[in-house]
Design a protein around this ligand. Structure first.
Ligand code: CA
Length: 364
């Protein structure tokens, strides 16, 4: 019922909002509006899932609190209102006002969007946020989504992920040949070119697929999320680092007409709260991963391993080809990719002499 009201009342509400902001005339300052907005937010995550799913629950709860109840957002888990991978379309066509997912799920639809989640061997969380907020990345993202009637906001990041769970040891690149693995986005294409078979599955289907042998391996997120799915009970070898997702950023997407109905102070609350979720989620993951990793280290059925250097070097060479091909085939990917790599070349020098250097010094 609310969705019908939303679609029907959109034009009228947009007109009202336009008048209100003209009258205010003071940007994102206090608003006299007492109008209450009730939005729906669809997601790709299992309901209230640690990290990913709690991020969007926290977003809704904080926006309602900060707006004194003037913007209420009801969150739906993947599949509750629309399928987990149809968030982009549902928000784009205005069936719901808001969505929370990862932009690399739009591979095949908006290939260039992958630069805003994760690129194999690309930017980590800190670097990605620097590019988005201060290096021009977010403007490119908004330009890319405008034809889809969407406003994207960075909203959450898992930090560097794990390489995944494998039912056999990976000693050479040939061990990836014939491997059927759940791995989305460009990482999946890298695996395919290494001779494996990539599969895209929503989180909720991973455990059963791995346990029944429908897949031989999976990446998901990191210890915190992987243990909550019980993946350590379905495969023995747990590999790092997560070359395929070095710091994937999540997105909050808002239908542009719905966005235009909000008075400036509510728009500011949404924008600021999205940014706060990224900080909060990083803390939740660092804490959750540390606890779950301790549990895994004590588990006699789990072996934590690092990929051999030769395997990582080979994957990195393939990853460069995969991204170069994507950029050659899509003008938007070329434009965004050029900006991304130009920024990465600059920022990685700083990362190496700061975080990298410090962390390797701290390890005794
Ligand atoms: Ca992942």
């Amino acid at each position: 019922m609310k969705r019908r009201e939303f679609v029907g009342g959109l034009a009228a509400a947009a007109g009202l909002a336009a008048c209100a902001s003209e009258k205010d005339g003071n940007g994102a300052g206090a608003s006299n509006s007492t109008e209450v907005f009730e939005w729906s937010c669809v997601t790709s995550w299992p309901p209230r899932f640690p990290g990913l799913g709690m991020g969007v629950e926290n977003l809704a709860e904080r926006i309602e609190r900060a707006s004194a109840g003037r913007l209420k957002i009801k969150v739906y888990g993947g599949g509750e209102l629309v399928p987990a991978f149809e968030v982009f379309d549902a928000v784009s066509r205005g069936a719901v006002e808001m969505g929370h997912d990862a932009s690399y799920y739009h591979k095949g639809k908006v290939d260039a969007a992958q630069f805003f989640t994760a690129i194999p061997f690309g930017m980590n969380k800190t670097e990605l946020e620097a590019w988005l907020y201060y290096g021009g990345g977010l403007a490119l993202w908004r330009e890319l989504y405008e034809p889809f009637n969407l406003m994207p906001f960075p909203c959450g990041n898992t930090g560097v992920q794990m390489g995944g769970w494998f039912n056999k040891e990976i000693r050479t690149i040939d061990d990836l040949r014939g491997l059927k693995m759940r791995i989305p986005g460009l990482g999946g294409e890298v695996l395919r070119r290494a001779g494996g078979t990539p599969v895209t599955l929503p989180g909720s289907e991973i455990f059963t697929s791995l346990q029944t042998g429908a897949i031989d391996a999976t990446e998901w997120v990191g210890p915190y999320n992987d243990v909550s799915f019980g993946l350590h009970k379905a495969a023995r070898n747990y590999y790092y680092p997560g070359w395929q997702e070095p710091g994937p950023g999540l997105e909050c997407i808002i239908n542009r007409e719905a966005w235009a109905t909000l008075p400036p102070d509510l728009q500011a609350i949404v924008e600021i709260t999205c940014q706060s979720i990224t900080t909060d989620m990083a803390a939740e993951y660092t804490n959750g991963n540390a606890n779950a990793l301790q549990q895994l280290q004590e588990d006699p059925n789990v072996t934590i391993r690092t990929f051999p250097d030769t395997v990582l070097r080979h994957l990195k060479a393939i990853a460069k080809e995969v991204v170069a091909d994507m950029m050659a085939n899509d003008p938007a990917a070329k434009k965004i990719g050029d900006a991304y790599y130009e920024y990465l070349a600059k920022v990685e020098v700083n990362s190496r002499i700061s975080e990298d250097a410090y962390l390797s010094t701290r390890t005794w």
